[in-house]
Design a protein around this ligand. Structure first.
Ligand SMILES: [Cu+2]
Ligand SMILES: [Zn+2]
Length: 236
């Protein structure tokens, strides 16, 4: 028993030494390659944690306590079928001031979309769901093109054939604020048309609803990732 403890602590000491020397090598070694190596290690650590029963049971516990506060019957958010509300927090792309919040909620006719975006020039601004929920690029281009799972042409929101992500324009008043609320029949939270985890982009110019493949709406001034919202947000 004592000897096994000794072996364990020796192993730990060796691992610590190894870790320390690795970290030092990372600092002194060739920059980008070391960083890449580090982030790969970190990713593996995260993946290991995800399959760890302890972490999973912690999440289950917090879900249960959340459920005890309301009677929605949403046993879990892990299945998109149980998600009823999405939120996208719009942040400005480099050199712009566009920001706001957009909600998407399940309704009988499709998804209800509403929100407020400020920091715009007065007039129409192209407003689309883009393919990727990736806003790492300062100009928003990492969000890719319009979300188009059925390989359709670009068009307006009322067109029969359009990109799923084609939501047309939002209109800013003289103060540069756009307030809007509409129902879209193509957007969904689950299935092929699911916008969960996709990007939301506000453009500098108007979407002409016809030019291919983007409606000629110009650069991206605001960007967001569409995520799962706390349904209690609606009660505030
Ligand atoms: Cu767009
Ligand atoms: Zn489009």
């Amino acid at each position: 028993m004592n000897s096994s403890k000794l072996i364990t602590s020796s192993l730990l000491a060796v691992l610590c030494l190894f870790g320390a020397s690795f970290a030092t090598a990372g600092v002194n070694g060739p920059g980008p390659q070391s960083i890449k190596h580090h982030s790969k290690l970190n990713l593996e650590g995260l993946l290991a944690n995800n399959s760890d029963g302890e972490v999973a049971s912690k999440e289950a516990t917090s879900d249960e306590s959340a459920d005890s506060h309301d009677n929605h019957g949403d046993a879990s958010d892990s299945d998109a079928g149980n998600v009823k509300l999405l939120v996208a927090v719009v942040t400005p792309t480099a050199g712009n001031d566009t920001s706001g919040t957009v909600y998407f909620a399940k309704s009988a006719d499709g998804l209800k979309v509403w929100g407020t975006i400020k920091g715009l020039s007065p007039g129409n601004h192209g407003f689309h769901v883009h393919q990727y929920g990736d806003i790492t690029a300062a100009d928003g281009t990492s969000a890719g093109g319009h979300f188009n799972p059925h390989h359709q042409p670009h068009a307006g929101p009322d067109a029969k054939h359009r990109h799923v992500g084609d939501l047309g324009n939002i209109t800013a008043n003289k103060d540069g604020v756009a307030e809007f609320s509409f129902i879209d029949t193509k957007l969904s939270i689950q299935g092929a048309n699911s916008i969960l985890g996709r990007g939301l982009i506000v453009h500098q110019g108007a979407d002409d609803l016809t030019s291919q493949p983007t409606g000629a709406a110009g650069p991206r001034v605001g960007m967001a990732v569409i995520g799962v919202a706390n349904p209690d947000d609606l009660k505030k």
